[in-house]
Design a binder for this molecule. Structure first.
Ligand SMILES: [Zn+2]
Length: 243
């Protein structure tokens, strides 16, 4: 996969990953896409509209989640409200006909596509330390399979990397006891967590083929980082289908 290819303005990475199925991660140049970070709501809505235009979405707007670091998965169908509890950290479109978005700034955005007998099912998941340990990715995979999905593929987007995500020793040990791939060391030698490695390990154990999209949010100025600036915005992981 050509990670080095030049992404259009507003995108960190954007690619047609299967027949008519697209995956993208926005960059700082698409602006903040979150309504919960004290930004002007009108400005956020107009950025979301601009993003939808850039993706060529005509029928359905992007579906965002009210993310709460849970392991809850909702369902998205065209012209219907999202099905599931108010706080969600993953969203599945069983027929792939609703464009999906997950917002992040250090946490891990994971985007999915799966073949179904009638086409594709798609999903997005927000995997921070808590959600990852509580099984948000496993729950999302289960829902894709329940929708008839097979040959699942996942794209692990940019997040804070294992060399930057410093945590207390006890937290690293607790997380590592559940998911050994999470244990890491910062570049300055202190305990850390490697979220992409944890996600990759879990997806492999679930039989999902995962592609890692490079980029550390703390090191890369083109991405938003909460650890870098507590008042920062959010970029997004996206999956949509050509209509
Ligand atoms: Zn880093």
């Amino acid at each position: 996969m050509a990670l080095e290819q030049l992404a259009p303005a507003g995108f960190w990475w954007r690619e047609q990953v299967d027949d008519g199925v697209w995956v993208a991660f926005t960059s700082r140049s698409a602006g903040n896409l979150a309504l919960h970070v004290n930004d002007d709501p009108e400005a956020v809505h107009s950025r979301r509209k601009a993003l939808e235009a850039a993706l060529g979405l005509v029928h359905e707007p992007l579906r965002f989640m009210n993310q709460v670091h849970s392991a809850h998965v909702g369902t998205a169908r065209p012209s219907e409200p999202t099905e599931g509890p108010d706080g969600l950290d993953a969203l599945v479109a069983p027929a792939g006909d609703v464009p999906l978005a997950v917002m992040v700034a250090d946490c891990l955005p994971v985007v999915f596509a799966a073949k179904t007998p009638r086409g594709y099912a798609t999903a997005v998941a927000h995997a921070g330390r808590r959600g990852l340990l509580d099984g948000i990715l496993a729950n999302t995979v289960k829902r894709l399979e329940a929708a008839g999905g097979s040959r699942l593929q996942a794209w692990i987007g940019p997040s804070i990397c294992g060399r930057c995500y410093e945590v207390p020793e006890a937290m690293m040990e607790e997380a590592g006891a559940i998911m050994p791939e999470l244990k890491a060391r910062t570049s300055w030698g202190t305990p850390a967590l490697d979220l992409p490695a944890g996600a990759e390990g879990q997806l492999a154990s679930l039989g999902v083929r995962a592609t890692r999209v490079a980029g550390c949010t703390l090191e890369e100025p083109e991405l938003f980082s909460y650890r870098g600036d507590k008042g920062t915005g959010r970029f997004a992981g996206l999956v949509w289908k050509d209509v």
